[in-house]
Design a protein around this ligand. Structure first.
Ligand SMILES: [Zn+2]
Length: 69
């Protein structure tokens, strides 16, 4: 079971995605970012977006979701 918190991506938000499939979790969190953090998401530079995607991958590959980096 994997856990990804929106807070881990630097947002002051309690949204959490859980699941076993990293691709599904990634989809869910990206949908959430587009829907609930629309302004910050679309104002992000390509560099920041790449950084966010990378951070999602790192967080999911850890699999524990405890947020301790
Ligand atoms: Zn959020």
């Amino acid at each position: 079971m994997k856990v990804l918190k929106c807070r881990d991506l630097g947002n002051n938000c309690n949204f959490i995605v859980t699941g076993n499939n990293a691709d599904n979790i990634k989809n869910d969190i990206l949908n959430h970012l587009r829907k609930d953090h629309t302004d910050s998401f679309f104002n992000m530079s390509e560099e920041d977006k790449a950084d966010t995607y990378h951070r999602i991958d790192v967080l999911l590959s850890r699999g524990c979701g405890c947020g301790a980096l």
